[in-house]
Design a protein around this ligand. Structure first.
Ligand SMILES: NC(=O)c1ccc[n+]([C@@H]2O[C@H](COP(=O)([O-])OP(=O)(O)OC[C@H]3O[C@@H](n4cnc5c(N)ncnc54)[C@H](O)[C@@H]3O)[C@@H](O)[C@H]2O)c1
Ligand SMILES: O=C(O)C[C@H](O)C(=O)O
Length: 328
């Protein structure tokens, strides 16, 4: 019998947690032959609702779920974990930008980074979902010097999935026909969903969608503003689609990427494409094997793309400077 993979989830009693936990317990991250254990972390007021979520997990009788820990103690919560999914934090309300949450949420990630450093398995991988996720990931990573920098990720997969759906809808194809869609930069209104290198059924998107004005305008702004549009319509931020994107991200990081394709996730920049080293930046990423990934090199960045990439880089530099007091 395989040893369970231990996954910590913060904010486990929240909206995203409610969609995420059941899918992890069902085997959606690591497949049908891999047992899992869940370390569920909440702040004190979240522990009572968390009890109810755990009762429901028990009532599912998931064959792969071998252990559940419920705690508000970070040292208990991150003990020996192989993956940490940092969701717990405050979502924005209508009218806010995600970076307006830095003051409220940023400090959560100093303590969590330190607790991961003290307790997690030496090769623990962390995916930050809580917003603003790139800079929160930077904060946590900076506090956890024992854990390799390659093991820190911020979620931009929801943006990739959104962009693929928009392109598929415009071209009248299925979303699975859209590949090679990179999100560059920040999970924010400056992110750049790169249609210039994306493909539809193997052909350039620009060969399939002739409307350049739409690609350069409405397409990009729809993806950039999709989170805000959902908050406006639902009265709460995206949850099931965010949980789904977290599952997609982890699966894409533990499974070799299909030949010629790539996926989007924020990683610690190594200077590729002139992006300042050390920023948590979304790039086109190829997973070589479980635990080994690389930034796709040599993509053509035209003048239009360069302008967009520069804008999101500048925003991430501003965010980094704003949290300098939280960096270890
Ligand atoms: N990166 C993305 O694509 C993406 C997508 C959707 C949402 N988000 C972000 O995810 C976060 C969570 O969203 P949600 O809808 O689940 O919010 P929510 O308010 O429903 O749940 C958040 C949970 O986190 C808990 N929490 C707060 N501080 C905590 C801490 N210090 N430690 C542990 N738990 C803590 C709360 O008690 C709550 O149960 C928000 O910041 C939201 O903006 C990111
Ligand atoms: O937009 C938000 O604040 C939530 C999330 O980041 C999203 O993209 O849906």
């Amino acid at each position: 019998m395989k040893k369970p993979i231990r996954v910590a989830v913060t904010g486990a009693a929240g909206q995203i947690g409610y969609s995420l936990l059941f899918r992890i317990a069902n085997g959606d991250l690591f497949g049908p032959d891999q047992p899992v254990a869940l370390n569920l972390i909440e702040i004190e007021p979240g522990l009572e609702p968390l009890k109810g979520v755990v009762m429901e997990l028990e009532d599912c009788a998931f064959p792969l779920l071998k252990d559940i820990v419920q705690t508000s103690d970070l040292d208990v919560g991150f003990k020996d974990v192989d993956w940490a999914l940092l969701v717990g934090s405050v979502p924005r309300k209508a009218g806010m930008e995600r970076k307006d949450l830095l003051d409220i949420n940023g400090k959560i990630f100093t303590g969590q980074g330190q607790a991961i450093d003290r307790n997690a398995s030496p090769n623990c991988r962390t995916l930050v979902v809580g917003n603003p996720c790139n800079t929160n990931c930077l904060i946590a990573m900076s506090q956890a010097k024992r854990i390799p920098k390659e093991n820190w990720f911020a979620m931009t997969r929801l943006d990739e999935n959104r962009a693929k759906s928009q392109l598929a809808d415009k071209a009248g194809v299925h979303n699975s026909d859209v590949t090679n869609l990179a999100i560059w930069g920040n999970h924010s209104a400056t992110q750049y969903p790169d249609f210039t290198n994306a493909k539809i059924n193997g052909a350039a998107v620009t060969d399939k969608i002739a409307d350049q004005e739409w690609l350069q305008g409405e397409f990009i702004s729809t993806v950039q503003q999709r989170g805000a549009a959902i908050i406006k319509a639902r009265g709460a931020s995206s949850a099931a689609s965010a949980a789904n994107a977290a599952i997609d991200t982890v699966r894409s990081l533990v499974t070799p990427t299909a030949e010629g394709d790539w996926h989007s996730v924020g990683v610690c920049s190594d200077g590729s494409y002139g992006i300042p080293e050390g920023l948590i930046y979304s790039f086109p990423i190829r997973t070589v094997e479980d635990g080994k990934w690389e930034v796709v090199q040599g993509l053509e960045i035209d003048a239009f793309s360069k302008g967009k990439i520069d804008a999101t880089t500048a925003e991430l530099e501003e965010e980094r400077d704003a949290v300098s007091g939280l960096l270890g």
